[in-house]
Design a protein around this ligand. Sequence first.
Ligand SMILES: [Zn+2]
Length: 322
Amino acid sequence: MAENINLSFSHKVKEELALQFGNARHCQIAELAAYLNMCGEIACFCENFCLKIHTENFYVAKKCFTLLQNTFNIRLDISVHSSGKKRHSYLLLLRDTQQIRRVLQACGIHYDVKTCQMEHSISALVTGSICCRRAYLRGAFLAVGSVNDPNKNYHLEFVMQTARLAEQLREMMYSFSLEAKIVPRKEHFVVYLKEGEQIVDLLNVMGAHVALMELENVRIVKEMRNDINRKVNCETANLNKVVGAAVKQLEDISYIQQTIGLHKLSPQLQELAEVRLQYPDKSLKELGMLLSEPVGKSGVNHRLRKISGIAETLREGKGEAE
Ligand SMILES: [Zn+2]
């Protein structure tokens, strides 16, 4: 499909994660708990209450549907609402009070029937095992996560509803040695990673291996490019220095030639000045070897500095005369 080429990296990750299911019931419940924490709420009407799962992500709706069916044998209808162009939202509604109790209890989510409030927090029991934490992170990413195109910059984030959920998710990531940070954004709390390596690790934890390979390839190319740029910059800087020095030497020599003439220099300096004029782009070492009595690089440097000093003195003298 032509459309696939234009998919954002974030979308690709989600597409891949949408196909992953934990084999064990505990992992499936952990993932379901993530969806309920991120997208679930309880609504009450006339002593009855219902559980709503609301999302704009089709994968999340589909996953909730499948997970509820697999783990609790509950079949729900998904209703689709479209708001504006291409934007859909999906709603799953669970009305049976007994079933709601079972689901929330299994997912370790407390609720208050009187106030109709669901306590959005991560249950330590439900996410006790590594496998379940992986499943939870996968669910959380599908529901509220996004990742930038690695060609642009490294940034992965989860947009959490409450500071508490954000902190709990950060701790969960820390159990995989992922050091996420939290920043408030409007009325939300963003848990984010900024380092390429950490993002790769998280993709691995969640099981997005295809996306992981893609990101690694980008990282390798980027690193090589940085390496080459560093070398080129370094070489250019050196070359500029060499060229800059040679230009200055030629200016000094020409100035002496035009004012007092090169024959006024000592024979050693005169010879070097003439050789320099003849070979403007030779290195100091090469210049030294072209002399009738060859000298090394430092010898050449020493003589050139003398020439430069003479030119300076001449310039100053001229300045005073004027
Ligand atoms: Zn598990």
